[in-house]
Design a protein around this ligand. Structure first.
Ligand code: LP5
Ligand code: MN
Length: 250
């Protein structure tokens, strides 16, 4: 830990999600690299709760020059003493051990419980909570199947990218016909998730691109649900320390 005498200056963790990094949006990548080289260096840990990349078609994407800037900046951050944790999102769930080893980040399963300065905290990307979106959940079940993934990864990168493009188009088309309510988390799914983890007082997730702080009462237990924002227009992060959490824009 970095410290000045008795006063610890790295007693906070940072949470981000839904950056959707890609070569087509260089300004967002530049903003993220700046975040990694400045604000993030003061943290104890950085948690990336999914959709770091616009999409990830397999770990041979580590050869991509845009992605390498991100990978090496993450590695530099961990070398400076900040732990970096990653959850899969619905767009980069094919991130595997090659990426994690090169970037020196630790992959966490979705959902994961952490001890956040004494507060039991549940972390998730959030897409699994959108249970009203039946078409998406069917698609999710298919592409999260290990056999499906092995077959998919067995194809050339060019073929995989073509298939990803087709899915992206189909997804955009279908999303335009879905209501905002369908694409938000389902309250009962949130309650069931919290119950199955013995009602943690804090839940942090992304995916819906609706940054907010919700206060819930589930079976007599209070929980705060923080929803992280995306980085399409402006980057933002959640900073948590022993006193609580606050959302900060870049
Ligand atoms: O990401 P976001 O927020 O824009 O939309 C999601 C859901 N869409 C997706 C698709 C991704 O955005 C883009 C693809 C990522 C590629 C991952 C790489 C590896 C997989 C390769 C697959 C070939 O996740 C969207 C939700 C929305 O969140 C809100 O929750 O609504 O879901 C959809 O729109 C999905 C459609 O409803 C169903 C699509 C059915 C496609 C069926 C074809 C499957 C066969 C694939 C074989 C090639
Ligand atoms: Mn997502």
């Amino acid at each position: 830990m970095k410290s000045t005498g008795d006063i610890a200056i790295s007693d906070f963790d940072l949470f981000i999600s839904d950056l959707h990094l890609c070569a087509d949006r260089p300004e967002i990548t530049a903003s993220f690299l700046d975040f990694l080289r400045n604000s993030a260096t003061q943290a104890r840990s950085l948690y990336i709760l999914g959709d770091l990349f616009e999409y990830w078609a397999g770990d041979d994407e580590v050869e991509d020059s845009h992605h390498q800037q991100v990978i090496f900046a993450l590695r530099d951050l961990t070398n400076s003493g900040v732990a970096v944790y990653l959850l899969h999102g619905n767009r980069d769930f094919l991130i595997g051990s090659d990426f994690c080893n090169i970037a020196n980040v630790t992959l966490l399963k979705d959902p994961t419980i952490i001890d956040l300065f004494g507060t039991k905290t549940l972390l998730s990307h959030g897409d699994a909570l959108c249970t009203d979106d039946v078409a998406y959940q069917t698609f999710r079940q298919q592409v999260r199947d290990p056999k499906w993934q092995a077959d998919f990864l067995n194809q050339s990168l060019a073929t995989r990218k073509q298939q990803v493009e087709a899915i992206r188009q189909r997804s955009e088309q279908e999303k335009s016909g879905k209501s905002e309510t369908i694409m938000d988390v389902n309250d009962e799914a949130v309650a069931a998730l919290l119950k199955s983890h013995a009602y943690p007082p804090l839940l942090i997730h992304g995916h819906t691109h609706r940054p907010n702080k919700h206060t819930l009462q589930i079976d007599g237990h209070s929980t705060t649900r923080w929803v992280l924002g995306d980085w399409y227009e402006q980057g933002s992060y959640l900073l948590c320390n022993v006193n609580g959490c606050q959302s900060i824009g870049l």
